[in-house]
Design a protein around this ligand. Structure first.
Ligand code: ATP
Ligand code: MG
Length: 579
């Protein structure tokens, strides 16, 4: 997403209308502004996270939009921390946001800023508004301010402190700053219109008293600007041309514009788009924090979390996330996207880049009675049929193998075509084997399967042309590497986990078994050197990624996503309907 010559060429092409890049209403606004030379040809966006939690997939949508637009038009994007709320913000979050945004591909050059860098200027602007008679110190409590505000159907009531003199306001505001008053005892409010149909215009609070240490400004301040009196001004200071935010800020736009007008500062243009919502997922930092604090997950980067650090650990790629964000686009109405669609883009990307290997998650021993004791053959296996450059590798074959318990039935149901007594199947990349018998333990469970193999089928085909109905994966028992494998279900069991029965908490919707840990998986030996973050397709089982906890000798894998693509199916069905 960095600005390159190619991006600029694309930008030029876009301006001439000669690109077939799919557009959206935000991009159309930018195009129009470029045409009319509204900002002298500049495109300057920003991504403004509050450092009160880790970035999630919803933030990815915003990052892709902001950085993508600027890159397309040869512009710039700032990273700005909206750190006006010292009680909830921490350095850990700042650090994780930098790491995660970079991982996704965001490049802000040397333009990493903090709203707190502007506290002096924002304070000076507050004083300017007091002097102009446009702001006043109010002694109502938060509760009273709320009560006086009125509602959508009733106008508000003016504060009894609204008509204080400029001198008195200047004096009180200065004493607020000096720390003379306790938290919550006074606020500075804009003097706008208590009868405005827009509640945000009914004398909103600009500054509050908060004796709290700020992670960047320390104890310099005991008054802090409200988000609404800091965000727009920060945009102006950075000369942001297009200030792109989510729809819930639409009603705040008149207030931001009022501040811009009163202060005579750079008029950044706010454009609102729809928040990303995903089925089976919650995208609210407050709720994600609760899951972490209550130990419902192993941390912000738990692979079940929708955070960027979580899905990275799970094995999702930045390319897959960017492709997903491009596909969902942006609009003016909030909706909900199928989680299956995100998983589809993960599969589509991993399909081309993840080498295929064999792993057995629930091992069952197979002994090939007619295979010479002690003999080992190195069978050649294709690393990725989707990638001609991926090459081949050797996979050892021997008399004793592991297969999946699921791939064998002593009493097969109808249409079970895998291994059972008397049945012949193909071993992936190797011989045909026929089951001849089983060994059971005292409990009557099958613990070992006996087979014979046909030496003439080494390349996976019978010279006499006979067919088998299935191909199963396997690993050589004596060469297998042990591993822990973690399987995941959706973190939430319900499609809309935000829908909560009266009086209950969203955690009632958590999936009771979203993590299953298998400690006895057997991997083919080529995986011995797998490093954290390495991704593979385990044949027939899905895509897997070596976990951060993984070490050579003690491998741990996360299942990134199973193979079955429900989204592709849905799409096919929808197409069938409309076509
Ligand atoms: P949360 O509700 O998770 O706390 P937020 O909006 O308070 O989200 P911010 O740190 O303020 O979090 O978000 C930074 C930017 O990311 C904002 O511009 C915001 O609009 C955008 N953003 C946050 N969540 C989403 C989402 N679900 N979809 C699209 N953009 C989002
Ligand atoms: Mg926010």
């Amino acid at each position: 997403m960095s600005t390159s010559t190619r991006d600029k060429e694309t930008a030029a092409a876009a301006l001439n209308g000669s690109t077939d890049r799919p557009s959206n209403f935000v991009r159309d606004i930018v195009l129009e502004d470029l045409k009319t030379n509204r900002h002298g040809g500049r495109v300057h966006t920003r991504f403004p996270p509050e450092p009160n939690g880790y970035l999630h997939i919803g933030h990815a949508k915003s990052i892709c939009l902001n950085f993508g637009l600027a890159a397309e038009f040869g512009g710039k994007t700032n990273l700005r921390f909206d750190d006006t709320n010292p009680e909830k913000e921490e350095q850990e979050y700042v650090d994780s946001i930098v790491t995660d945004a970079r991982w996704l591909g965001a490049d802000w050059g040397d333009r990493m800023f903090y709203a707190s860098d502007y506290f002096d200027q924002i304070h000076a602007w507050a004083v300017q508004l007091v002097k102009a008679g446009k702001a006043y110190v109010c002694d109502l409590s938060a509760e009273e301010v709320r009560k006086y505000r009125g509602s959508l159907t009733e106008p508000g009531i003016e504060s009894p402190y609204r008509n204080r003199s400029v001198e008195e306001n200047l004096d009180l505001f200065e004493r607020m700053r000096l720390g003379e008053f306790p938290d919550g005892s006074r606020t500075l409010r804009a003097k706008i219109d208590m009868a405005s149909p827009n509640l945000n215009m009914r004398d909103p609070v600009m500054y509050r008293i908060l004796h709290a240490e700020h992670n960047r400004t320390g104890d310099k301040w005991c008054i802090y600007p409200m988000y609404d009196f800091a965000h727009g001004q920060s945009d102006s200071l950075e000369q942001i041309t297009h200030s792109i935010c989510t729809l819930e800020f639409e009603d705040h736009r008149p207030l931001y514009n009022w501040f811009i007008q009163q202060l005579g500062i750079f008029p950044s243009q706010q454009i609102e788009f729809d928040r990303l919502n995903l089925t089976y997922t919650l995208l609210s930092k407050r709720k994600l924090l609760q899951l972490v604090q209550e130990g419902r997950v192993r941390g912000w980067d738990d692979p079940r979390m929708p955070t960027l650090s979580g899905i990275r650990r799970r094995g999702y790629t930045p390319e897959a996330i960017r492709n997903f964000c491009a596909a969902i686009g942006v609009s003016k109405t909030n909706g909900i996207i199928e989680l299956a669609m995100l998983e589809h883009f993960v599969r589509e990307d991993l399909n081309t880049r993840a080498p295929r290997v064999m792993a057995v998650l629930h091992p069952l021993r197979v002994v090939i009675d007619n295979y010479p004791e002690g003999q080992v053959e190195e069978l050649e296996a294709v690393n990725n049929p989707e990638d001609p450059n991926a090459g081949t590798r050797k996979v050892p074959f021997s008399r004793s193998l592991y297969i999946e318990q699921d791939d064998f039935r002593e009493d097969p149901p109808k249409k079970f075509f895998r291994l059972f007594p008397g049945q012949e199947v193909r071993l992936r990349g190797g011989y045909f084997i026929t089951c001849t018998g089983v060994v059971k333990n005292d409990a009557g469970e099958v613990v070992e399967v006996h087979c014979t193999y046909d030496p003439a089928t080494r390349n996976g085909n019978a010279p006499d042309g006979r067919k088998v109905k299935s191909t199963i994966h396997w690993v050589s028992a004596e060469h297998a590497i042990d591993a822990e494998v973690r399987l995941y279900e959706n973190l939430f069991a319900t499609e809309n986990p935000g829908d909560v029965p009266e009086g209950q908490d969203f955690t009632v919707n958590l999936h009771p078994n979203s993590l299953e840990i298998l400690t006895n998986a057997k991997l083919e030996p080529s995986l011995a050197g797998a490093m954290p973050g390495d991704r593979y397709q385990f044949e027939r089982l899905g895509y897997f990624c070596a976990d951060l906890d993984s070490k050579p000798g003690a491998l741990v894998f996360n299942r990134t996503v199973p193979l079955r693509d429900t989204w592709a199916k849905i799409e096919k069905r929808e197409k069938g309907k409309s076509g």
